[in-house]
Design a protein around this ligand. Structure first.
Ligand code: ZN
Length: 191
């Protein structure tokens, strides 16, 4: 941020009094402009032991398969974000069952919150950011054509826990391994 969004004057990068790291500080009104992590919400949606995947119609990773997920909006809960993203990408209404995965991406300041959900009446479609939507059994998952490492990690965790008969919440820190995850610079809906 080069200009203050309160008063329009130039900001400079410096450590504010009593703080411990560099922030953009307004020279006019002294407003400190904090930049905090972004939350991505999504869902692993199933129907009759199959998982719903969407083939991306947008960059990055155009044509690769992903779970419905995207940036959380203001004034919604994480569950509402996952439900909204699933509707936007797969035109599917879902019932959220539980939290499934939490991923930290400290290198890019992202937090992923992925829920386990179930399709309502097995219905789904194709949203504007999606080329194709399909249900896959574990054997049918196109592992080499998944868009991001977080997607394959989530699917592996899910199928492993299904075999154990108990879904547990996976909490992991993932590192940046382009092109399997995207950066904020891509300026499109993630994952
Ligand atoms: Zn200002």
């Amino acid at each position: 941020m080069q200009f203050c969004n309160h008063c329009g004057q130039l900001t400079t990068a410096r450590i504010p009094l009593g703080d411990h790291q560099i922030r953009q500080v307004c020279e006019g009104c002294n407003q400190v402009h904090y930049v905090n992590p972004k939350v991505v919400c999504g869902a692993l949606v199933t129907w009759e032991n199959k998982v719903l995947l969407c083939r991306r119609a947008i960059e990055p990773r155009y044509g690769y398969w992903t779970l419905p997920a995207g940036y959380m909006e203001l004034f919604e809960t994480m569950e509402q974000g996952a439900i909204r993203e699933t509707w936007e990408e797969a035109e599917a209404s879902i019932d959220i069952e539980q939290l499934l995965c939490i991923y930290d991406f400290p290198e890019i300041g992202h937090i992923y919150m992925l829920f386990k959900a179930q399709l309502i009446e097995g219905k789904f479609g194709v949203g504007p950011e999606t080329l194709e939507t399909r249900l896959f059994s574990e054997e049918e998952i196109p592992w080499s054509e998944l868009a991001f490492s977080s997607i394959s990690r989530t699917l592996k965790h899910y199928f492993a826990d299904c075999r154990k008969g108990k879904l547990e919440i996976l909490i992991e820190t993932l590192s940046l391994d382009k092109p399997m995850i995207q950066t904020q610079n891509d300026k499109v809906t993630p994952a």
